[in-house]
Design a protein around this ligand. Structure first.
Ligand SMILES: CC(C)(COP(=O)(O)OP(=O)(O)OC[C@H]1O[C@@H](n2cnc3c(N)ncnc32)[C@H](O)[C@@H]1OP(=O)(O)O)[C@@H](O)C(=O)NCCC(=O)NCCS
Length: 166
């Protein structure tokens, strides 16, 4: 596409841009569910800061601007839980979301999870397509704290896919 969007690990000073980008990107999800209190919209800047400091967080940048982000962590049950994937509406549909997903998976794999887990609202067809395309399968449903019915998807970790030079 000729776009020089780069993917890299987030720094603590990116938290504010991630917070604002998340607020912008999840408006379309809020509209889809008629719920403007979905978790990504009510999360505070302090909470985003904490996650940027403690989770595995990646950003997509176009120049100095953060135009995409994703985060993940290994949960108590050993699954690497990925969430808050978002790409600026102006830049969606160019593969940035898939690149972010791959970057966070590759980093999380180093922490030794058996599988990746990701959840999305049951009406979010585009998200479901993206996750299935990269190998996720539905394992169940859950109810988010915000009341939205979620589809839970998982993918087994296969070392070959993420083989690094390390
Ligand atoms: C979900 C989200 C992060 C996806 O980001 P994205 O950068 O648009 O994702 P991709 O470009 O990798 O994939 C999206 C589509 O673009 C297509 N695409 C990917 N690369 C492409 C390219 N080079 N040229 C044309 N199309 C392309 C994909 O095939 C996909 O098509 P589909 O929707 O028909 O399946 C973005 O839509 C978003 O921020 N949504 C709002 C927040 C949200 O719901 N996040 C998920 C929470 S669970």
């Amino acid at each position: 596409m000729g776009m020089s969007v780069t993917i890299s690990a987030a720094a603590e000073q990116d938290a504010e841009q991630i917070f604002r980008l998340q607020y912008l990107c999840f408006q379309s999800e809020a509209a889809l569910y008629g719920n403007y209190r979905i978790a990504p919209l009510v999360q505070t800047l302090d909470s985003v800061r904490e996650e940027v400091a403690s989770h595995c967080v990646f950003v997509a940048r176009l120049g100095d601007e953060v135009v995409g982000s994703v985060r993940g962590r290994v949960a108590e049950d050993g699954a690497a839980v990925i969430g808050r994937l978002c790409v600026h509406p102006r830049l969606q549909g160019h593969g940035i979301g898939a690149r972010l997903l791959h970057a966070v998976e590759a980093a999380l794999v180093e922490l030794g999870p058996q599988r990746f887990r990701i959840s999305t609202g049951h009406r979010s067809e585009g998200n479901l397509r993206l996750y299935r395309r990269v190998g996720y399968e539905t394992i169940g449903t859950s109810q988010g704290e915000d009341g939205v019915q979620l589809i839970v998807l998982e993918k087994q970790v296969t070392a070959e896919t993420y083989a690094t030079t390390a």
